[in-house]
Design a protein around this ligand. Sequence first.
Ligand SMILES: Cc1cc2nc3c(=O)[nH]c(=O)nc-3n(C[C@H](O)[C@H](O)[C@H](O)COP(=O)(O)OP(=O)(O)OC[C@H]3O[C@@H](n4cnc5c(N)ncnc54)[C@H](O)[C@@H]3O)c2cc1C
Length: 499
Amino acid sequence: MDDAVTLIRPAVQTEHFDVLIVGAGISGVGSAYHLATQCPGTSFAVLEVQDGFGGTWRTHRYPGIRSDSDLHTFGYRFKPWTGVPIATAGEILRYMGEVIEENGLARHIRYRHRIRSARWSSRDALWTIDATRTDTGEELRFTANFLWMCQGYYRHEEGYTPHWDGMETYKGRIVHPQTWPEDLDYTGKTVLVIGSGATAATVVPAMAPDAAHVTMLQRSPTYFRSGRNAIELAEQLRQLQVDETWIHEIVRRRILYDQAVFTQRTFEEPETVRKELIDAVRALLGEEYDVETHFTPKYRPWQQRLAFVPDGDLFQGIRSGKASVVTDEIERFTEKGILLRSGNELEADIIVTATGFNLCVMGDIRFAIDGKPLNFADTVTYRGMMFTGVPNLAWVFGYFRASWTLRADLVADFVCRLLHHMQEKGVRKVEVALRPQDKDMKLLPWIDEQNFNPGYMKRGMDLLPKRGDKPEWAHTQDYWNEKDAFPATNLDDPAFVYS
Ligand SMILES: Cc1cc2nc3c(=O)[nH]c(=O)nc-3n(C[C@H](O)[C@H](O)[C@H](O)COP(=O)(O)OP(=O)(O)OC[C@H]3O[C@@H](n4cnc5c(N)ncnc54)[C@H](O)[C@@H]3O)c2cc1C
């Protein structure tokens, strides 16, 4: 009987696309737009495991969730941003929804599709992708000539929570911002937020008005920048009734110019920049506040992402007495809260672990090349977007110091140019390979830790591809270099092997 059932079960149907985009976050939707407009006639689909678009902006639902970079540059190059620069997740989703609608992208996106494996066959010059429908459990198979990986860099299902002694004895509720419970009522409760990155800086002022008190517990301080949530130049141009398309472009150029100057200064005069940042915080908190202990970081400005605090809301929360900062280390959890190394105990009804992400390389998809399992850590990256030994595939890994999306736009231009080039050459396969002059090149970690060192990167660096020390094999995380280098790339350089 079982055999009969097996025999009559329909074979997995295979659907073919020229390009398959993985993920419908800001990168995947942008890549779909570029592909549709720069390579018309290319068949493609976007496969997304969630039940809607947005990625980060859909899965994060903690109070106050917002961007920490401006939306003129976090927004796409091609679609003007007309709101305030620091935007809520809701506003970002609305903007992305407009991009999908205005460009007829909805028909290309398949939601509730979890890609489990991707296998490259050199004989067929094709990727075979197996996916599971999360709603029906149906197994689906796709083939594609090119895989455009827009799956982000961290695991959406679960955030990173370190283990501390005694956690199981704590009687209150422990919550990670990435999996915020819909039913969490913190009205009148004492809340303890562990961490002091952008997420903690958002959640603390957002919870403070309703909670009895919110304490931000940090091991070490973070740099923050603060200012009005507005861009004066944009306001002036609007007053002059300048077209929004122009405003978007002009404001982007202004922001990028200012960021270039600022970044340069963090390298050339780190001490001066450091003092400016700390003095600005002191001005917001008052002379009597212990800025030395709580807001004077040990690292160089820009070594970690610099969070922007719109309208100084975090500092207002502290000044109002509804929020406070404790800089200490956790000894262990207790029934009522957390015992610190100093011997003090912090009691709390709710503990929020704003302790970061779990790095996830390539969306937890099992890759194989001609039957051999692929470990991306064994590959060398071509400019942080293609990988040696991995044909017909590109990864969008955006910027950290500048807005992520700036790089998504640049990589998209590159991929579209590469697809055109392959068509002109009449080839089906492109692979990057080390050239004879690269054979003895020193291989380095994916990102320079001296340059940028957030915890999730350090924890997962050994899972990521390597980079080299020549421009072709570098991963600079430098928008100002890549904006010129990517379009100037010679696609007939021997680093590209076509067949
Ligand atoms: C709270 C928060 C705030 C941030 N703020 C900023 C900011 O202000 N500025 C900035 O530049 N950066 C910010 N970042 C970084 C941010 O993640 C990126 O900027 C950007 O949103 C990433 O977009 P993405 O589309 O590349 O990836 P994601 O947003 O991670 O989207 C990837 C999508 O791929 C899907 N996917 C993954 N694996 C699979 C699979 N196997 N099968 C099918 N689908 C899959 C996921 O479900 C997801 O929808 C922030 C990050 C967080 C967490």
